[in-house]
Write a protein that binds this ligand. Structure first.
Ligand SMILES: Nc1ncnc2c1ncn2[C@@H]1O[C@H](COP(=O)(O)OP(=O)(O)OP(=O)(O)O)[C@@H](O)[C@H]1O
Length: 481
């Protein structure tokens, strides 16, 4: 049994009477989740192909399916009911999926063998099958906003090192911990949110879809006495309207943010609500297993342009720039958390990974800076960089000054092309009160003329993608930009 599966298996046996999953008001013990997973395994035994699709909504069977796939020595590939059929089909085709675990009625005909996760065969648990550490635990297909979705295979070894690093920096959890799990399986922050609790006998509290996400999160934090939560910063924008100075949450002890730039502004509003929590900004791409940096947010927050530092590397991962002597540039990642390649996509692999002196590096596409203490700062995605009339414009700088002027909410700067093919700047904000002219005047006092947006668009709410991040392409599409 590989050391990752061994740790997981041990935790399931040692914690059999603890609550493993709590969802939609129902609690399931570790022994029960294991039991469900054995029923699914029973059906998987007849399946030859390695990659198994999971097409389930948030219920206990979704989690049991993951365990079943791993215990059978196979790899899971999440599909998504909210993805367009063409994307699900592209994933199925690329990953050569022949079997899908599901319990919801699939209206789209995938032409595949579908396994109902809920069938009961009265099977008692058997030990996990042997599988190598180098086998893939899951393959995630990224959003593909820039073309065909690309598959990122993450091995048991990657997960083993991630969990070791997590425990070293944040400490082990205990069966007394309740961990909020608000992500779709297609987004790898879900993996931290169920895996770390599973390895420690803690409770995973899942979100169910019926209610508004923001309200549900606030409710669950309180009612389930959540102690650990990983969130995307955007969720704070949705939660803020419901926060009240008189309400405090006392149970949350560890709150991690990942996935997008975290703003000082957002944390200042939030930290008063969770007085007992240690708050960290963590950073990382899917290609380097969930996240690979950490920065603890204390009284004196390190920031650049209002964006909080992403800090230093987790153990088992490294950060560097191509030019060793420089303290800025495109961030490169290397180490034990790194995927080996894009799934069956040699050209993309060649384009994105570097080999220097026998070591492999991943080019993140993120422009970063490093200070003299060795703390890193994310500034922008290189492909988001704008050129206006030949001048390089930092979108994050425009957002920084705009945010200073806003009374509430945040701003998001983007570019579009006019009919002559020239870039122009657009600023979105969800502060409906702010007067456009006041905002532009303030920007004029602080920025060069070419950095002033030609258009300010006020919106009640930013669109979010299935990962919960602000959906920039959708936002632009909504306004024909
Ligand atoms: N703490 C953070 N601060 C700033 N940016 C972050 C942080 N964490 C993650 N990111 C951003 O998210 C990216 C990784 O996200 P992910 O792997 O989910 O893919 P994506 O780039 O959002 O989407 P896709 O590749 O599917 O189009 C990072 O490269 C970085 O740009």
């Amino acid at each position: 049994m590989n050391s990752f599966i061994k740790n997981l298996h041990q935790s399931f046996s040692q914690n059999s009477d603890q609550i493993c999953i709590s969802i939609d008001g129902e609690n399931f013990k570790y022994s029960e989740v294991l039991y469900f997973s054995e029923q699914i395994r029973h059906q998987l035994q007849a399946v030859n192909s390695q990659n198994i699709g999971i097409y389930l909504s948030d219920d206990v069977f979704m989690y049991a399916s993951i365990l079943a796939v791993w215990h059978e020595g196979k790899t899971y590939v999440p599909l998504h009911p909210e993805f367009p059929l063409s994307k699900n089909l592209s994933v199925i085709q690329q990953a050569k999926i022949e079997t899908v675990l599901t319990s919801i009625e699939i209206k789209d005909d995938f032409g595949l063998k579908l396994i109902d996760s809920r069938k009961d065969f009265n099977k008692i648990p058997t030990p996990p099958k042997d599988s190598a550490l180098e086998n893939n635990a899951y393959i995630l297909f990224t959003s593909g906003s820039t073309g065909n979705p690309k598959g990122v295979p993450i091995t048991f070894s990657n997960l083993y090192y991630f969990s070791e690093s997590f425990h070293e920096i944040f400490g082990k959890l205990s069966p007394e911990d309740s961990v909020l799990q608000m992500f779709e399986l297609t987004f790898d922050l879900s993996v931290m949110s169920y895996l770390i609790p599973w390895l420690n006998g803690a409770k995973v509290v899942g979100l169910h879809k019926k209610e508004t996400k923001s309200l549900q999160i606030l409710d669950l934090l309180e009612a389930d006495e959540i102690t650990v939560a990983l969130m995307v910063p955007s969720i704070l924008n949705l939660i803020f309207p419901y926060l009240d100075d008189s309400i405090k949450n006392s149970s949350l002890r560890l709150n991690l943010f990942c996935g997008e730039a975290l703003l000082v502004k957002q944390i200042e509003n939030w930290r008063g609500f969770i007085p007992n929590a240690k708050i960290y900004n963590v950073y990382g791409p899917t290609e380097n297993t969930i996240f690979c940096t950490f920065y603890e947010i204390n009284e004196n927050i390190k920031e650049k342009n209002g964006i909080i530092s992403i800090g230093k590397s987790l153990p088992n991962s490294t950060m560097s720039f191509i030019d060793e002597n420089s303290d800025e540039g495109e961030l490169l990642l290397s180490g034990q958390l790194l995927t080996k390649f894009y799934w069956e996509n040699e050209s993309k692999t060649k384009e994105t990974f570097l080999e220097i002196d026998g070591n492999r590096f991943y080019k993140t596409g993120d422009y970063c800076l490093k200070d003299t203490d060795g703390d890193f700062f994310y500034t922008n995605r290189i492909d988001f960089q704008a050129k206006i009339n030949g001048f390089r414009v930092e979108l994050s700088e425009i957002e920084f000054f705009a945010n200073q002027k806003l009374k509430q909410g945040i701003s998001l700067a983007t570019t579009s092309k006019d009919s002559n093919g020239n870039d122009f700047l657009v600023l979105f904000t969800n502060d409906l009160e702010i007067k456009e002219q006041e905002l532009l005047d303030y920007l004029l006092q602080n920025l060069a003329g070419y950095s002033i947006p030609s258009k300010v668009i006020k919106i009640a709410e930013f669109p979010h993608n299935t990962s919960g991040k602000i959906d920039r392409p959708q936002l632009k599409k909504n306004y024909n930009l």
